[in-house]
Design a protein around this ligand. Structure first.
Ligand SMILES: Cc1cc2nc3c(=O)[nH]c(=O)nc-3n(C[C@H](O)[C@H](O)[C@H](O)COP(=O)(O)O)c2cc1C
Length: 374
């Protein structure tokens, strides 16, 4: 790999008041390694090693905000309370000492929560719509007061991120969790101003962005991650056309999103019929904001997001190569590239790429996932 082929990926980029050394971003990836919601020294070491491996920006695993129903899983980290925030401060310090930059992905799982889950097993899921099973309340339809509480918890988390030294914040608006549950018609048939039209379905996301922006400094980067696909439905759509995408994203950009993170499972796939442009490229064109693209970079084999199904797809052996990434930046198709599974497999992925040590890269194997997220 010649230097001219890779150098655009290794050009610096201004990130609010910070400067990224390169365009490679560690994608947020959930781990269940924070008992009682507190990230310990193992978590600090996990992120430190990726910073030392040269990645330009780390986005942490989803970390749940200070709302009773925000969490959906055992042993994932909280982003509120003294102990959890102290744990995160240690993570930030470890990453900074290794020369990296890091932002938390702030998360509310919404209706994906089931009763019985920590921290308070009695609390059901909270979402746009009520869900019951045999008379048991599984998901509470959020009232206006619940909505206001959740928005406040996002804003509080963002303020805390800045306070403890993070280099920005990513709002998790993707994959069928709370914000996305409001965005998607399939999970939102509310009849009030938070449901119905796309404008109404976007209202919750917009209010979260406004509240976050109001609580952090103007040059503290706010990233918004969104996706068409949902955990339970890979073919779901929140925007059926570029016009709808513009209707959704432009108000978020105007409200203070600095960077969009367009989550796709395969970075190169066209977003809408009639154009080869990807979701990242459309997002960039429609909002004028820098965009992070993501999806199957550095994987020799394409397969379903292992975390969710652990199934290999039988069909393809697609390898997105470094030149394509460099060209994508050159042609302004995207500004940064997030890498998930390849960076799980090989903490030194970025430096090896930079040094052209392609044959030294440790490939990702779905069977090793349990071990890799340790
Ligand atoms: C183990 C695992 C955990 C994940 N957890 C999250 C998460 O917490 N938040 C999120 O937005 N995406 C999550 N994702 C999706 C990744 O951020 C990324 O978009 C996806 O893995 C595609 O990138 P890749 O092909 O480079 O792995 C997860 C993916 C994996 C494999």
């Amino acid at each position: 790999m010649s230097e001219t082929q890779t150098n655009r990926i290794f050009q610096p980029l201004q990130f609010g008041r910070f400067k990224l050394n390169n365009r490679i971003v560690m994608a947020p990836m959930t781990r269940n390694k924070s008992p009682k919601g507190v990230p310990g020294t193992n978590v600090a070491e996990y992120y430190r090693s990726r910073a030392a491996g040269g990645v330009g920006l780390i986005i942490t695993e989803g970390t749940y905000i200070g709302h009773p129903a925000a969490n959906g899983y055992a042993d994932v980290p909280a982003f509120h309370g003294e102990q959890a925030l102290a744990g995160w401060k240690n993570v930030v310090e470890a990453v900074h000492a290794a020369g990296g930059l890091i932002i938390p992905q702030i998360w509310h799982v919404g209706a994906a929560r089931s009763p019985g889950v920590e921290p308070d097993p009695a609390v059901p899921g909270y979402g746009p719509m009520q869900v019951e099973n045999d008379g048991q309340l599984l998901v509470k339809a959020m009232t206006k007061a619940d909505i206001a509480d959740a928005i406040n918890a996002y804003a509080e988390a963002a303020a805390n991120a800045e306070e403890i030294g993070f280099d920005g914040v990513e709002i998790h608006g993707a994959h069928g969790y709370l914000i996305d549950q409001f965005l998607w018609e399939g999970s939102n048939q509310r009849s009030d101003e938070y449901g119905g039209t796309l404008e109404n379905r976007s209202r919750f996301a917009l209010e979260v962005v406004k509240a976050v922006r109001a609580r952090v400094s103007a040059d503290f980067p706010v990233v918004f991650r969104f996706s068409q696909w949902k955990l339970g439905d890979y073919n779901a759509r929140i925007a059926n056309s570029p016009e709808e995408l513009a209707q959704l994203l432009k108000p978020l950009a105007d409200a203070g999103v600095d960077f969009f993170h367009a989550s796709t499972r395969r970075l190169w796939q066209p977003a809408f019929e009639g154009s080869n442009d990807t979701l990242a490229t459309w997002t960039r064109k429609l909002t004028g904001k820098p965009v992070i693209a993501v999806g199957s970079v550095g994987l020799e084999k394409e397969f379903r997001v292992g975390h969710f199904t652990r199934e290999e797809s039988p069909d393809t052996a697609i390898h997105i190569d470094v030149k394509q990434l460099s060209d994508g930046i050159e042609h302004q198709l995207f500004d940064m590239v997030a890498v998930g599974r390849a960076l799980l497999a090989d903490p030194n992925w970025t430096n090896k790429l930079k040094e052209g040590r392609i044959t030294d890269l440790i490939g990702f194997d779905v069977k090793a996932l349990d071990e890799l997220v340790v």
